[in-house]
Design a protein around this ligand. Structure first.
Ligand code: TXE
Length: 502
């Protein structure tokens, strides 16, 4: 079936190429889709450009734009299980997790539908008679939206919903590994009444399709979620035409446990923090930073609990987490663990590729590396797998302990998320205030709401998604100055004026 969506029509790739999509749980082929290339990307950009420059969408009143978003939310609610099934098949994640993703996506569309209707420019009081000065919001233009494979439709929704709400047109390039829910979204947008050319989908690789989108002069904005190295390449490519760039590049996120924490809650959440979705989560709490005097108690319990986590396929009701996205990715995660041990980390559990029934998929067990230090690569680099590193801190006084924990937690090039566990409210606020990460959880891990901004400091990225800032990424701000009593500026002498004394 043709699976590129360009200018309101489904098309095969210009070259006729296709790609088989495989289920990470058993490597079976679950779909065959069109594999776009440079020519398809160019066609999609041309359609989006035309729809922006000549189409009705950028100037469609916001209540009508919001209504389209709301209809997409309604469609997803009605088709939740079918779309969740596609997501589970593409990613290998558990079906129930995919269902929860769908609920989040509905909330994201509703959030931006509601937010955009309250958006207004502002009037400036210049204090000058006859002058009207106002600041107005306009869409940025053609957006290139490039998304990864771990939360395919969710991360797409974080970009598509605000881009459309603000009146932009776009070309979406999802990960080549997980395209099926993007195909559903294009169909849903068409059913929701979006005009042709506003939303375009080109499947294909980053090298073939992504690089055309990020360098093309007719693209005004690039929003990307993915790996750090790819993010740097995209920023460099976009610099050629000074595009607006928004990047979400993952993290190496500290989860700090003080001795005065509610330990059963902290330990249980430390497992969810890192092993949810087999660690393929940008905000995963991969760095456990634990106070020295509770280290043994906490780590022994984590090992016991990690060994009890049941791996299995998306539709196995007994499974608690699924496979990694591909064998290639698993190889990377495995090498990361092997290197960590060579660097001196102590492998407490996991670290080996499972056999038996699990041999049919790209599974990797929950893994805990103890005795880590910040100089180790396993503490600094994102493995994007189910791998927890453990570091300890201590201090003779209250302040020394907090200083030590904060110093470790901030000793990273990333800055996406972090958590602090303590029953001392003052300590919780002091530490949260000093962490250089975009989201901080106190006595919790992972929850988010679409009303609050999401994004990273330092090399975790540029800009914010969700919240109100997530809409403003897609908005241009224009100042309009209107002099209702035009008069000469009088700065430069006009020789033809009849000056007094001449
Ligand atoms: O991601 P890529 P990969 C991290 C994680 C993972 C690593 C690599 O550490 O191990 O990234 O994963 C497209 N121009 N995250 O290789 O390459 C690509 O086709 C334009 C963190 O799978 O970043 C896909 O659509 N686009 C992360 C998207 O970029 C290009 C989620 C992401 O792929 C491109 C996933 C190019 N030159 C991985 N090259 C998070 N922040 O949540 C690739 N792409």
């Amino acid at each position: 079936m043709p699976s590129l969506y360009i200018d309101g029509a489904w098309r095969e790739a210009e070259t006729g190429a296709t790609r088989d999509i495989t289920h990470p749980g058993d490597r079976s082929v679950i779909a065959t889709v069109s594999e776009g290339g440079s020519a398809d990307a160019q066609a999609a950009i041309a359609a989006a450009r035309h729809a922006f420059d000549h189409g009705p969408w950028p100037t469609t009143p916001t209540p009508q734009r919001a209504a389209v978003l709301a209809r997409v939310a309604d469609l997803l609610e009605a088709e939740r299980d079918d779309v969740a099934r596609l997501e589970a098949l593409d990613t290998g994640k558990r079906f129930v997790e995919a269902q929860l993703d769908m609920d989040d996506i509905v909330a994201v569309f509703r959030h931006f539908a509601s937010l955009v209707q309250g958006e207004a420019g502002r009037v400036i009081d210049t204090g000058m008679p006859g002058i009207s000065s106002r600041v107005v919001h306009e869409p940025v233009g053609v957006c290139a939206l490039i998304t990864p494979w771990n939360y395919p439709l969710l991360q797409t929704a974080w970009k598509v919903a605000p881009a459309l709400a603000a009146g932009n047109t776009f070309v979406l390039k999802p990960s080549e590994l997980t395209p099926q829910t993007s195909i559903w979204l294009m169909d849903a947008l068409e059913r929701a009444g979006l005009p042709a050319g506003v939303a375009n989908l080109v499947l294909g690789t980053g090298q073939e399709v992504g690089s055309v989108l990020t360098g093309h002069p007719d693209v005004d904005l690039v929003s990307f979620t993915g790996g750090l190295a790819t993010g740097k390449a995209i920023m460099a490519s976009a610099a050629g035409t000074v595009k607006r760039v928004a990047l979400e590049l993952g993290g190496k996120n500290p989860n700090i446990i003080f001795a005065d924490a509610d330990l059963p809650a902290a330990i249980d959440n430390a497992l969810t923090a890192v092993f949810l979705d087999s660690g393929q989560v940008c905000s995963a709490g991969t760095r456990l930073i634990v106070e020295e005097n509770i280290h043994d108690e906490v780590v022994d319990e984590l090992v016991r609990r990690a060994e009890a986590i049941r791996l299995g396929s998306s539709f196995d009701d007994d499974a608690e987490t699924g496979p990694l996205i591909s064998d290639e990715h698993r190889h990377k995660v495995h090498a990361y663990v092997t290197d960590a041990v060579a660097e001196g980390a102590v492998l407490r559990t996991g670290g080996t590729i499972p056999g038996g029934d699990l041999a049919q998929g790209s599974y990797f067990p929950p893994t805990i590396l103890d005795g880590c230090t910040t100089s180790m690569r396993c503490v600094q680099d994102e493995s994007f797998g189910p791998v927890l590193t453990v570091e300890t801190f201590s201090g003779a006084t209250r302040d020394e302990a907090e200083d030590a924990a904060v110093a470790l937690a901030n000793d990273t090039i990333y800055g996406l998320t972090g958590a602090v566990w303590t029953e001392n409210a003052g300590r919780a606020e002091r530490v949260a205030g000093r962490l250089r990460h975009g989201t901080i959880w106190i006595n919790d891990y992972h929850p988010y709401v679409p009303q609050a901004e999401w994004g990273g400091m330092k090399q975790s990225g540029i800009g914010r998604e969700l919240g109100s800032a997530g809409l403003h990424e897609y908005v241009e701000t224009k100042h309009i100055w209107h002099n209702t009593r035009p008069a000469k500026a009088g700065w430069f002498a006009d020789p033809s004026d009849n000056h007094e004394g001449n």
